[in-house]
Design a protein around this ligand. Sequence first.
Ligand SMILES: *Cc1c(COP(=O)(O)O)cnc(C)c1O
Length: 355
Amino acid sequence: MKKHNFNAGPSILPREVIEQTAQAVLDFNGSGLSILEISHRAKDFQPVVDEAVALFKELLNIPEGYSVLFLGGGASLEFCMVPYNFLEKKAAYLNTGVWAKKAMKEAKGFGEVVEVASSAEATYTYIPKDYTVPADVDYFHITTNNTIYGTELKEDLDVNVPMIADMSSDIFSRPIDVSKYICIYGGAQKNLAPAGVTFVIVKNEALGKVSRYIPTMLNYQTHIDGGSMFNTPPVLPIYTALQTLRWIKAQGGVKEMERRAIEKADMLYAEIDRNKMFVGTAAKEDRSRMNICFVMAPEYKELEADFMKFATERGMVGIKGHRSVGGFRASCYNAMPKESVQALIDCMKEFEAMH
Ligand SMILES: *Cc1c(COP(=O)(O)O)cnc(C)c1O
């Protein structure tokens, strides 16, 4: 049976990206060696990193003066690297979910942290809008897509301080104005590559402004100077990331990714709103295109396990909602075909017809 992979992360990758990775595991570039058994300093591997960096810059239209890094540690390590490198006195954070809160917690160890707004009281079902960012902060930190709650900032905000964003789960799903940010980071395992590599886009001139000692491995400058090769980088996930970046470019770039994301999300939200058995959990204006969260309508609450079974039998994978929200979450990342979204919609329609 065809599986429709709605996993939240690690998650779906384009089929050809997986095939190219499999091929490189067997024989990298016709070298007779697997990519798993070559040095990251091999002359064949440097072009992989170079091209991945170049495609990052090209696809996201990154201005001059920014570096692209491939590191280990996940987005979770960035929660502490960000304040280590950028927080001298005071930083502002927008609390839009568990990831945002974790980022904020780390920052508190480095300086004064202002939580400008929070939607915690409403289980993060919306993104706060009425707040002011103090003018004297070193940066304003946002989480552009809240993977667990299915809310998303689908446009770059306008604030008069430099922004830093966790874009783990919506990078490459829309064009971004990188010049508004001094740092953008994320774990690659949602929309780019398998787990193991973290991407960081950093504005060079924003570094070197904090007075503390920064441990070598946690200092972005180390990795800029070392071209992401200060220590052994995650070779295989970087290789896969390159294949995904090539795929995005061949499909038409981030503008096309955005068009598809809107199309898929509109289809699924339309069914959630139409179908009497389901309700969406996120505020309509903040609905994520990447993680679409819904629950059974109150009068059908007891049918939740039945729908899960019904959908699973029809090939749906990974639609269980995060344990803190419950219900269902269909993650529709770049690689998710429209046909799979349609298959889920068909399940919802059939299930409704049965009741
Ligand atoms: C998954 C996720 C994280 C955590 O990423 P790790 O790479 O596992 O540390 C952080 N932020 C967001 C928005 C996420 O979706």
